[in-house]
Write a protein that binds this ligand. Structure first.
Ligand code: ARG
Length: 578
């Protein structure tokens, strides 16, 4: 349990013992706004006093008495009208930190009641190149999966590929009219991308082409052998393209069950919903009428075609039957929120009323002009070219840093290339994950690769800087951990770094509360800031006594491991030297 959760538990017991349900008041126990007020504060006496017809100050005193905080806090004060200010005991912090040194989990507990989560993320529409819009779902979903797993939940990641849509009608049409066989042999991914772009453009201009594309798609869906075999020929090529990107991003899935996987189930699903009276015919279409929505959810069009919503219903049923999850998270951009509201309402009608269905939505990636991010020429930017550019820019930084080292360059060409890959991709991910996911954000290579501020490059640098102390000391962190030194928090800077390290558990709780990885990036940035103050004021290798040197080295090691673990939960790697 985090320190905060522990304090909340004590106050919950106190409020309970007064005969009041504590739960709605507990978020009034929180980190102090300023160190002047201690480490944590509790303002619940102010809200609760009326109910007990007593003064807030008096109630605060009573709550403190009942909460029995002595083993956690060495100073608890009632301030102003009834604020409770708490300062944690130094010996408690020291003991927990020393324990964390020997714990591969850094003292982060497993959750009390593990749940099963299905996480639906990335889900690009294949047969067209992945673009910047796909980065968000992919990295946010990946980070959520990593964090849930770390605290002990069962996670099933499922990439719901768009592998059955009109884009296949386009490349089938393109294949029939414009394929360059030689080019296809040499660069199948490139040739399919070319066909997609070409036909997409034609179809926008020419209604006849558009109609032909839709006809090819309909034939594919109806089981036409030629179109099916073309689809089968194209799919491995499409998968190859996205897998190359996932490999580079370090993202993988337990399942990749795309829309095509559910296609055969749709006719029976619609019939079943009709039979059960959940769906009915309206104007030739089959619809589910949902309370509170202006328009019904259409699940079969007049012409017999099924829709995105139909597939999503079939997918939900499959997931419930196969994995019996407690949660299904859909990491999908905010423009689909109405779709998910309807889907969730329909799921309730189908009787799935226990599973928690969450649309983990996110905003748009904007260019510096404030409009959706595009190339100069106005095209969508391919994800691969973005990764390449981030890595190329990181390489320049790595080269410049290394060339400027006082004793000359230290890194080989291979090391530089590897570091640039880690830093470039890390910067890109961090820039995305550090945003409040529901807002739009402006994409800027300069900002994401800045060496100061809340960026991936800065965090990786902070990590390498902590680690470099060990190189200078000629000591390996593993050796250090084996020695039986203890952490002492001798100065305010050490104490505040130590407390921040222990607050990692709290950051993880916050990140999972509403599936917001930016809670982790905020935390890591705060930790790096505290470390900087520590490093400025507390000599480590030149500390006054061997035991103080030992303690400070252990704090450095814990800082590095916390940064490393935090970045790992974000799907970002570290390097020991930069
Ligand atoms: N392929 C869809 C798109 O690109 C996203 C799918 C999200 N997942 C889902 N179950 N609907 O818009």
């Amino acid at each position: 349990m985090s320190l905060l959760a522990e304090l909340r538990e004590r106050f919950a017991a106190a409020v309970n013992s007064l005969g009041e349900d504590p739960h709605r008041w507990l978020d009034q126990v929180r980190p102090a706004q300023s160190p002047r007020f201690g480490d944590y504060q509790a303002n619940l006496a102010l809200c609760l006093a009326k109910r007990f017809a007593t003064s807030p100050r008096q109630l605060a005193q009573e709550l403190i008495r009942r909460a029995q905080l002595d083993d956690l806090c060495h100073q608890v004060e009632v301030a102003g009208p009834g604020f409770i200010n708490m300062r944690l005991r130094d010996d408690l912090l020291e003991r927990r930190l020393t324990q964390a040194v020997h714990d591969p989990r850094l003292g982060i507990p497993l959750c009390a009641s593990p749940q099963t989560f299905v996480v639906d993320y990335s889900a690009p529409n294949v047969a067209k190149p992945m673009h910047v819009g796909h980065i968000r779902s992919t990295v946010i979903g990946d980070s959520i999966c990593r964090t849930l797993r770390f605290v002990g939940h069962q996670v099933i990641s499922d990439n719901h590929l768009g592998d059955w849509g009109t884009q296949f009608g386009m490349i089938i049409y393109g294949w029939r009219h414009f394929v360059d066989e030689e080019n296809f042999r040499q660069d199948p991914v490139g040739e399919l991308a070319r066909l997609y772009r070409l036909v997409n453009e034609l179809a926008e201009k020419d209604p006849a082409v558009n109609k032909a594309v839709l006809a090819e798609t309909a034939k594919l869906h109806a089981g036409d052998p030629d179109n099916r075999s073309l689809w089968q020929k194209f799919m491995p090529i499409c998968l190859q393209e996205i897998e190359a990107i996932y490999r580079r991003l370090g993202v993988s899935f337990d399942y990749t069950l795309g829309e095509s996987f559910y296609h055969d189930r749709l006719p029976a699903l619609v019939e079943d919903l009709l039979r059960r009276g959940i769906a009915r015919e309206s104007d030739g279409a089959i619809c589910i009428f949902l309370e509170g929505f202006k328009a019904p959810m259409i699940i079969r069009k007049r012409d017999g075609a099924f829709l995105y919503a139909t597939t999503d219903l079939a997918t939900l049923i499959y997931r419930m039957e196969t994995w019996q999850p407690d949660w299904i998270l859909y990491v999908v951009d905010h423009r689909q929120s109405l779709h998910f509201e309807q889907l969730f309402a329909a799921a309730r009608l189908l009787g799935f009323d226990k599973v928690k269905l969450v649309h983990v939505s996110f905003g748009t990636v904007l260019g510096e002009d404030g409009r959706p991010f595009r190339t100069r020429a106005g095209d969508v930017v391919s994800l691969e070219s973005l990764l390449d550019e981030a890595v190329a820019r990181a390489r320049k930084i790595v080269d410049a840093n290394d060339d400027a080292k006082p004793n000359g360059p230290e890194l080989s060409q291979e090391e530089r290339a590897r570091i640039a890959e880690v830093v470039g991709i890390g910067a890109l991910k961090y820039a995305d994950l550090s945003q409040n996911r529901t807002s739009d954000y402006v994409f800027s290579f300069d900002k994401m690769l800045a060496m100061n501020g809340n960026t991936g490059a800065y965090m990786q640098y902070a990590y390498a800087r902590v680690r470099s102390i060990f190189a200078r000391a000629g000591l390996s962190p593993e050796e250090l951990r084996l020695s039986d030194g203890a952490i002492v928090l001798a100065t305010p800077a050490e104490r505040s770094l130590g407390l921040e390290i222990l607050r990692f558990a709290e950051a993880i709780d916050l990140a999972l509360e509403d599936f917001r990885p930016n809670q982790l990036t905020n935390y890591l940035f705060e930790l790096a800031t505290k470390y900087s103050s520590f490093y400025e004021t507390c000599p480590v290798l030149q500390a006054d006594t061997p035991s103080l040197r030992q303690s400070r080295l252990l704090l450095c090691d814990l800082t590095a491991r916390t940064i490393q673990k935090g970045l790992e939960l974000l799907g970002i790697q570290v390097v020991d030297r930069m």
